[in-house]
Design a protein around this ligand. Structure first.
Ligand code: FES
Length: 252
């Protein structure tokens, strides 16, 4: 019997029938994720220039033991695990960094070569990716701190005001909230796991929530990148103002 023409023989690493420049989409991921990782690591260990006036860097919120009574290192190290675990186990980022950094596989329909038996995420350390839903719960705790931080950024010693930093922190928390609400796990929790909404308790409410979250979920990749950039820029802004490298402009 003749073989179907669509069957592709697995070749060496990078072999593919694709004719487009499939590798181009890896470049921005390497640049953005690589740059953010280096900058965030530097800032997490720096331990200073994280606050100015009513502004607090999102990398340092919630701020724990800033006077170093019992923790002598950077306060950011105490809270790093939550946001790091949430991003690292995000379904979208997993796809992005498995391709861009591990080339596993490099892209859709592009061979990764012979790498032995495929084990997916069933073994350590990748089995830890299954903790994503718990990191989602934790992400809401961080949002509960970051929203008051963003509101406080509008209250200066002389009263209510608007500085460039106030807007930077507000935009950042809005984007972080959109990123969290568009999470695949949240959509699943709200209703993605049901076959029949009318057969379950609170069915109409859950269906409404699921439809709203599904709308956000369609843009999860966009929110993932926008919030990554905004949180990095928000920290950079506070750092520069705090270090005296930039003057905050009062708009009101
Ligand atoms: Fe990306 Fe949950 S899937 S944050």
């Amino acid at each position: 019997m003749a073989k179907p023409s669509a069957v592709v023989q697995i070749g060496g690493f990078g072999s593919t029938l694709r004719r487009d420049a499939w590798w181009v989409e890896l470049v921005p991921v390497v640049i953005l994720l690589g740059t953010f990782s280096i900058y965030a690591t530097f800032r997490a260990f720096e331990g200073k220039f994280y606050a100015w006036g009513p502004y607090l860097s999102p990398f340092y919120s919630p701020l724990i033991d800033p006077e170093h009574h019992w923790w002598r290192f950077s306060p950011a190290l105490l809270i790093l695990a939550g946001p790091l675990g949430f991003r690292a186990s995000c379904y979208y980022y997993r796809k992005a960094y498995y391709r861009a950094f591990f080339l596993d596989p490099p892209a859709c329909a592009v061979s990764e070569g012979g790498r032995g038996a495929y084990r997916g995420e069933t073994r350590f350390p990748f089995i830890l990716q299954n903790l994503h839903r718990w990191f989602l719960y934790l992400a809401f705790v961080y949002l509960a701190f970051l929203w008051p931080d963003a509101i406080r950024a509008f209250f200066f010693p002389d009263g209510f005001g608007i500085g460039v930093g106030s807007l930077v922190l507000l935009v950042n928390i809005v984007l972080l909230t959109l990123y969290t609400l568009s999470c695949h796990s949240l959509r699943h929790l709200a209703g993605g796991k049901f076959d029949c909404f009318s057969c379950t308790s609170f069915g109409p409410t859950r269906h409404t929530a699921w439809r709203w979250l599904s709308g956000l979920n369609e843009r999860h990749m966009l929110y993932a990148w926008m919030s990554l950039i905004s949180v990095g820029l928000a920290d950079l802004y506070v750092r520069m103002v705090s270090a005296g490298l930039l003057k905050d402009i009062r708009l009101l």
